[in-house]
Design a protein around this ligand. Sequence first.
Ligand SMILES: [Zn+2]
Length: 216
Amino acid sequence: MLYLDVPFLDKEEAKILGAEWDQSRRKWYVQERDEYHNFSRWIPNLNQSEMAIVLSGGFFIAVGQQECAYCGKTADVISFGLDNYYEFYNKENDYDTGYPEPVYWDDAIHFADSIGPLPIEAFKFISNINRNFKYSRLGFFDYKSNHCNQCGKHQNINGINSPFIIDSVQKASNLKLYHAMPKEDLVVSCSYLWGSHDYLVNDYAKIIELDPEWRL
Ligand SMILES: [Zn+2]
């Protein structure tokens, strides 16, 4: 299920295309994923950016460790993973055809160095699973960056030692991923890394399913 931003003037058009009305949230939504592509113009926030990502497979909170570049000790770090998602493109990218067709991806779990907004429950969950995590909020996105739990310095998780850049079975095996599956598909802005060995994560990382109430 995907909630839409349908302006009042467009409501008849959305209805004809099959959108349904949620009276309690006073919002239009589309139930079936294979119809999402008919509603590109009402994807939330797409008008303000080049691309919006619809997370149809929920998302993963990934936990890893890396050596802190400042104090040399082991720092616990997190990233966010996505595996089933649509990329919707803004019409500005293609004047001839209007909104280009969205692209669906489900090849592997990829890690995002920025993603947002995510539900606040994600961050509550993170602080519950590991009190050592330290973050700071980075403005526009609901994304929080990692800091060393020993010396407090910022941790770059895109460096060569990043636990989220997968180049071996061993690195994939060292990760623990919590899979959150919200009741509705989330629309996020996202910048993710794509590695040719990302498929190892599905096979070797420890993946733990969360229920919709964020329980283990
Ligand atoms: Zn440190």
